[in-house]
Design a binder for this molecule. Structure first.
Ligand code: HAM
Length: 433
């Protein structure tokens, strides 16, 4: 029998009868099936647990903000990639490309009086109009933290140790590169307004572009070589001595930070060429690169910055990082713990009992699934196999009269009659075998 509801929707469900157009999802976005979602939730849960064990607490900000928030200091790269639109009141809004600026806006507007330092974490989606490829999406997720209120090397040490612990907890194979944009900017200060552009070439490791640009703005070969040497200066702590020869800067902050990281057994490469793609960083910067990913190997990035005064607050130092959640998910093989699934199968007319039995099972911790397609018992049992259920509880007229139910172990094929009130005990017993 075809129900009225089905008849009503017939054209909708039968593609041969519709004149609809197939609508693809937007480029650079993804749909996630249940297996993938379960895996993502397992990974997310672990990240939350680690962040919380350091005293970080979750916050959430709007998906879109006034575009100005990101235009003030995030840098040209981010602004070019932003999804910007006007609302019906002609306000210019943007989908957030990242969360550091929104969190600092939130801090200035609503929580600048909280005791310092403030430890926030977030897990949110971000949007960037980039050219999609493996590991690079237009909608992606970041798990990040912001530690607000300290300008000490200890704050940088804490967030680096936290990021390192998170990535290590999944057994990932990665390299951590630590730099300092203060040192880099000091070396480039003679370039005035051109320094930011030079930083972008350094961030992209574009030596050719850098050379051409420096030549174009009249930088002589000796200085060009010096900038190139700074950009390529990387290695262990010993490179600090070389750095001191190249840049007149106080390296003691960096040295104290590295002392803590050494004692915490964090493995790193010092890399003065880490410039970061965002303009707001002021001091320590760091990036984690996964060894098993291709071009999009950066799985985490962060550093110290000052944004509060730019958003109308008092100058407040902060530091933090964001993990590219989608990128680490590609590297991690996690599986959700599977809950025992029971299909409650029943003969026609016993729907109410089926719903009651299923509810009883759910309240005892089982996943209970009841047929909602008015199918035969045979089809219900075949569906139970299709969804890989562990047990079927079968409700038949004769059994119900005697206060019984049947339990079928779908892995072994065995079937038992049980008293209805003992159904959960019976399932627990079967699980122990
Ligand atoms: P970010 O380096 O621009 O930093 O992004 C952080 C991470 O997000 C990257 O390391 C990368 O793994 C991931 N990511 C970036 N773009 C994409 C994309 N198109 N598809 C997939 N993953 C992507 C920030 O956003 C800063 N707010 C981090 C921070 C927090 N600094 C201080 N506090």
């Amino acid at each position: 029998m075809v129900s009225n509801r089905f008849k009503f929707c017939e054209n909708f469900f039968n593609p041969s009868l519709t004149s609809g157009v197939k609508i693809e999802r937007p480029r650079g976005t993804r749909d996630f099936l249940p297996d993938e979602m379960e895996k993502r939730r397992v990974i997310e849960k672990k990240l939350r647990e680690i962040a919380e064990s350091f005293g970080y607490r979750e916050v959430s900000t709007p998906t879109f903000e006034h575009s100005e928030l990101f235009k003030l200091k995030s840098g040209e790269g981010i602004v070019e990639e932003m999804y910007v639109f006007k609302d019906k009141s002609d306000r210019e809004l943007a989908l957030r490309p990242e969360l550091t600026a929104p969190i600092m806006r939130f801090f200035v507007n609503e929580c600048s009086n909280l005791p310092k330092p403030i430890r926030f974490y977030y897990f949110e989606n971000c949007f960037r109009y980039e050219r999609p490829q493996k590991g690079r999406y237009r909608e992606f997720w970041q798990f990040g933290v912001e530690l607000i209120g300290s300008d000490s090397y200890l704050a940088d040490a804490e967030v680096i140790i936290l990021a390192d612990k998170m990535l290590k907890s999944f057994g990932l194979d990665y390299e951590l590169h630590i730099g300092h944009v203060g040192i880099l900017r000091s070396a480039l200060s003679f370039l005035g307004d051109n320094a930011s552009k030079v930083m972008r070439f350094i961030d992209k490791r574009d030596e050719e572009g850098l050379k051409n640009y420096l030549t174009e703005i009249g930088v002589g070969s000796e200085m060009r070589e010096k900038i190139k040497a700074i950009m390529n200066l990387k290695g262990g702590r010993e490179i600090i001595e070389e750095g001191k020869k190249l840049v007149n800067y106080d390296f003691s902050y960096l040295e104290k930070l590295l002392d803590i990281l050494d004692s915490a057994k964090v493995t790193y490469t010092l890399n003065l060429g880490v410039a970061r793609g965002l303009d707001y960083y002021t001091g320590t910067v760091f990036e984690f690169y996964a060894k098993d990913l291709g071009a999009q190997k950066q799985i985490c990035g962060g550093g110290s910055y000052e944004l509060a005064q730019l958003f109308g607050g008092v100058r407040t130092p902060a530091t933090g990082f964001a993990i590219g959640f989608d990128r680490i998910c590609e590297l991690i093989d996690a599986k959700a713990e599977r809950r025992t699934t029971v299909v409650v199968a029943y003969f026609k007319g016993l729907e109410k009992i089926a719903f009651q039995v299923a509810e009883k099972l759910r309240n005892s911790g089982f996943v209970a699934v009841v047929d909602v397609m008015e199918r035969s018992l045979k089809k219900q049992l075949s569906y139970a196999n299709d969804i890989n259920a562990d047990f079927a509880v079968i409700i038949g007229e004769e059994e119900v009269k005697k206060g019984n139910l049947s339990v079928k172990d779908l892995k072994t094929g065995e079937q038992f009659a049980v008293k209805a009130e003992e159904i959960t005990t019976c399932l627990f017993e079967l699980l122990k075998r």
